[in-house]
Each structure stands twice: as structure tokens, then as C-alpha cells.
Design a protein around this ligand. Sequence first.
Ligand SMILES: [Zn+2]
Length: 319
Amino acid sequence: MTTQATYQNLSYGITVMDAEYITPDLAAIYIVEQDGEVAIIETGTNHSIPYILQVLETKRLNFDNVRYIIPTHVHLDHAGGAGGLMDLCVNAELVVHPFGAAHLIDPSKLIAGATSVYGEEKFKNLYGDIKSIDQKRVIQAEDGFKLSMNGREFEFLDTPGHAKHHFCIYDKQSNGVFSGDTFGISYPQLITDEGRFIFATTTPVQFDPDALLNSIEKILNKSPEKIYLTHFSEITPTPVIIKQLKDSVNAFRKIALDAIDVSENRITVLNQNIQSYLLEKLTELGSKQSTEFQQSVIKFDSELNAQGLDFWLKKYHDS
Ligand SMILES: [Zn+2]
């Protein structure tokens, strides 16, 4: 059932909207408008599409105005709606990382991978029918690639670490970076004395802590005023935020390496240690919210991060 879209107009023609994925304020989609042309950065899932249309209509725009559809990487909360949207946005080209392109042109591997995790029924409920995309409409953006939309320049930065098929988009006009999952996760519901709370995402199956730290640095080298997070909305990269984010990458790596010899229920152990770390940090930063509330917000990512760290250990460190 499609209800009312939740969105917020930011500056510079940028609108952040809720992708309506699992819970409110979990995954964002950005609509960037420049003189009647639109770039959609992150697609959410197929279920997000009617909400995208609603937001376009509030601006007297429709799918015909969409020029570019740009998922930061091919994880399904970011790119699951790409095929469905491309069908509806007939003037649009898809811009994707060269390592992700094949998976959106022919999504059979993405579908098989996610179905093996969720089962067929849950997969359909979460993502709907993932559609293929005509490769003639696909632009593969290498590191440093620049795109102009009515004179507005987007520069693509190759940013591995969360995933090898991940780029970030530097928007010169707003001096902001659309960071996908590379600049971590910060839910606005979590409030501390120091402002927003942020931590890295180590989702399976390509977490690489050194690459991630380099990619964070690469984003910061642009001296952005704003970072547009997919999880969730815009954030100012203050020294406190940058330190929290980098510390979390190192902390998660240490949590993983400390669990290297755990032979049973390693994911559970990792999950507990990630949760303890995050709750401790929240206290340190002066959060006054209840532990139950904090846990309810971090639970989903803590579990995903634990799975990703376990995978990383299996791949590089288990013998
Ligand atoms: Zn991701």
C-alpha cells in the first residue's frame, strides 16, 4: 500500500526522501534537480518507486524529467529499484561503478545471492521483481569520471572498503558528497551531547578496513561541507564526526580479530561486542536516551556488521 511520501527539501535543489525500506529513516533516496533535469541518487527498492513519483510531482516534475539514475553500489537497498525505474524513466541513463554494471544489466546473481539469504518469499516482499537493464543505457563511471547535468557537475570517486563496486558522487554545486555506505551510518534519532552519532558499516561480503579508511580520506580530500548519507540524510563532517567514524572502523577490525579463535556462534559474539562498543560510545558522547531505545536503533546494523566481519575473517584470516 502506498501512503504519503516522507521527504525534506535541502539546499541546492537536493531533496532527501525515505525509500520506505523496512522502517522509516533507514534508507534514503536523493532527488537532485537542475533546471528541469533530475538525477536520482540511490533507488531504494521497487516499492520505493511510487514514492519517488510523488516527490517528483510536488516539484511539477515526472519520470520524463529524469536524466540520470545513480545507485552508489549494487546492494539492493541502494540499487534494487534501478531496473524498475529505468523502465519508467525513458530518458534516463544509469550511471554505475564498472564492477557493479554487469549485476544490474543481468541481475540474476544479485537475485540468487539475496534469495539465498532471505528465502524467496521474504525476498519478494523486500525487493519485488528485480528487472534487467539494457546495457546501451548504462554508463560505467570510473574514478574521476565527470558528468554534467544542465551544467551541474558530478564527479565520481572510486571508494572501495564497504564494497568494491562502490563509488561516491561529489556535487560541486553544493560542495557535498553523496556517500552511499562509505561514510558510515548515522541515524538522526540517536542524539548525543556532541550531535549526531556515526559508525562504519561492515556489511558482507567485501568489507576491507584499510580500503575503507582510504576512501573516507578520499571523500574528505574534497573538503565537503555536507555529506549526504544513504543511512540517513545529510550530515556535517565535523572533526568529532570524522573521528567517531574512523575510530569505529578500527574498533570493528579489532572486535573481529579478537574473535578470530571463536569457533562456535562467532556471529553472535561479534554482534554482542559491536553492540557493547556502540552503546559505550553513545554513553561516552553523552546520550541520555534509554539503552532499550538505542539498542532498537542499532540492532539491525549491528547484526549485519557482525555477519560482514565474520565473512572478512573467513576470507582473510581463518586458516
Ligand atoms: Zn551497501
